[in-house]
Design a protein. Sequence first.
Length: 268
Amino acid sequence: MSLIQVQHVDKSFASGHGSISIMKDVSFEVKDSDFVAIVGPSGCGKSTLLRLIQGLDRPSGGRITFHEQAVDTVCGHMAMVFQNFALFPWLTVSQNVAFGLEALGWEKERMAAQVERYISVTGLEGFQEAYPRELSGGMRQRVGLARALAVDPEVLLMDEPFSALDALTAESLREEILQLWRDPQLPPDAVLLVTHNIEEAIQLADRIVVLSRRPGRVLAEVAVDLPRPRDRKSAAFYDLTDRVYSLITQPGPLTGGSAAAEGSAPAS
Ligand SMILES: Nc1ncnc2c1ncn2[C@@H]1O[C@H](COP(=O)(O)OP(=O)(O)OP(=O)(O)O)[C@@H](O)[C@H]1O
Ligand SMILES: [Mg+2]
């Protein structure tokens, strides 16, 4: 079943007296129980694309749908996890996790039970009354994750969620995200992950949407057909890393080369 469809999306921002094109003709789909990664160079519009998908901003052209309905307001069935955690420093862990539920008008007792549930799922027991400044980066990101999961999102949008963490912490959180995604009792159904880290994308995702330099276009959609758990040291993993890396670093229009498409990428 199709959850999200991004269809021929263009985005430009006003700049001086004109406008600057950030992405052009971006199309892809996220299906039920998909784990999709988006990779591409800095500035190609990855964060903007997540904002458009959640309905925090509008495309300049094209269309985005969720369950076949146009996304024209902030979608409550998606939740975002940010690179910098984006916690409220003046709220405790529990209050941060409750934030989205309060906005949705949840009744107090039901909200408290939901907050406790996700505090437990994300391993934050004992830290309910702590403030973000008292926590390590890994714990802060757990709060960001608990806050996102608490609204029972169908789709979890993650914008470079591991890149501000040390390597070991990032690795254990990646494993936990995979477990959450696979657990039918817990949200989310689908994950859309933005990352600079090609190996991370291959480790986690079923499919990788590879974007070009700004203005971002889909260079390729690469299927990751490796069995899980994935062995980063296997030849197949290495070959796929090499393939995605070559796609991203191939000469683009600015240097006179061609942005050749592969797989199911639309012709540009
Ligand atoms: N609200 C805005 N107004 C004007 N320009 C913007 C706005 N939001 C983003 N941009 C510009 O759009 C471009 C794409 O930004 P975006 O943050 O989506 O890229 P990104 O691929 O996420 O980059 P990074 O990998 O560095 O996070 C950048 O040049 C940015 O300055
Ligand atoms: Mg970004």
